[in-house]
Design a protein around this ligand. Structure first.
Ligand code: ADP
Length: 168
């Protein structure tokens, strides 16, 4: 009888990634060691105002994760659990920076488990050096001419500067 195969861990890391920050990247790096395959999925949300288009966000993500062989980038719209099942995934990866994240994440995780009982949400604590970084804050600082170097990958820093100069 063949030895039972260990089940493969395929995780989806969903988010807006508008734009990707070094905090997201830290989570991706750590998540890629836990999962056999990690799919970073950009939510296509027409209701949410974004600075970068989905295509731009995907391009920045793809460039930022190219060193990880088991990480890929995708997009989805509609229910996350539907995308999880479409991709044959079994875990959702999310990050927690502070209590404020916890309350929101808890709600979403419970709802997702109700919608799809077989799918577990796994949380990683933000790295100490990254717990204050959010895409929103990075965008605000960049739009006011502040230095965001070290908070986002170099390509994102460059794109942010360009976008800010286009809109001023
Ligand atoms: P969303 O719009 O879904 O909150 P984000 O792109 O802001 O999308 O975040 C996606 C996920 O990454 C969320 O779980 C969020 O808590 C997590 N995250 C965001 N910034 C950081 C960070 N600096 N460190 C760790 N996790 C983070």
């Amino acid at each position: 009888m063949p030895a039972p195969q260990a089940s493969r861990i395929v995780a989806i890391y969903p988010g807006s990634f508008d734009p990707i920050t070094n905090g997201h990247l830290d989570l991706i790096s750590r998540g890629s060691k836990l999962a056999d395959r990690l799919i970073v999925a950009v939510l296509q949300n027409r209701r949410k105002e974004s600075l970068f288009t989905v295509e731009e966000r995907v391009a920045m993500l793809t460039d930022s994760v190219r060193e990880y062989d088991n990480v890929e980038v995708g997009t989805f719209r509609g229910l996350l659990v539907d995308y999880v099942s479409k991709r044959g995934a079994n875990f959702i990866l999310r990050g927690i920076r502070a209590i404020s994240d916890y309350e929101y994440e808890l709600q979403i995780a419970h709802m997702n488990r109700r919608l799809s009982p077989g799918v577990e949400t796994v949380f990683l604590m933000a790295g100490e050096a990254y717990s204050f970084i959010s895409s929103q804050l990075v965008k605000e600082v960049a739009s006011l001419g502040g230095n965001v170097s070290g908070l986002v990958p170099p390509l994102v820093e460059e794109r942010l500067k360009r976008r800010v100069s286009e809109t001023h």
